[in-house]
Design a protein around this ligand. Sequence first.
Ligand code: HEM
Length: 177
Amino acid sequence: MFGRSRKPAIKKKYARKVPSVMALKQHPIHPMLVVFPIAFLGTVFLSDVAYVLLRDVFWARVSFWLNLAGFGMGVVAGLVGVGDFLSLREIRAHVSAWSHFIAAVLLLALAAAGVWLRWPDPVAAIWPWGLLLSGVTALVVMVVGWLGGTLSFRHGVGVYGEKPPAPDAGEDAPAAE
Ligand code: HEM
């Protein structure tokens, strides 16, 4: 009435959808890949604890291979994430995208340090530095995953179903209908 819009008010914190560029048939590839570094790097700490408690060399080997595979898959997943980050200005407008990026680089640096530490002798590496490193790595995995979740579930990054926003649309642009 009297020229007022009948569009429902959308709270700013629930922003519109931002379809991913690095996608297969609109399904974003980065979330398909991040499960590997999250699972692998989050589990190194558990196999380190298993080695410390059981003194079975098997667990030291498990830690080494999880650390190596987590680093490799983390690099692959990170490169795909960087593809979306660089392609879409609307992603880079979010503080959580930059925090996620910085935390992910820290995570990959910790994973690389773990591989470097364990490579010469996976058993000797565990106590104390390997265990400390895998504990810190597991915490950083949680931070990276949380910030990635903020991008996807709060800011709608990677969610498809709408036309991409205009190139000059800022964070405060109205939601697409
Ligand atoms: C190993 C490192 C990384 C992990 C573990 C990780 C984890 C995640 C998670 C859990 C999500 C939410 C998606 C979901 O829950 O299914 C996400 C989304 C996202 N991440 Fe990462 N991430 C990593 C590296 C990076 C890097 C280096 C970038 C580049 C800036 C990046 C950019 C993004 C973007 C743009 C999204 C939104 C969804 C999409 O566009 O695919 N990520 N990430």
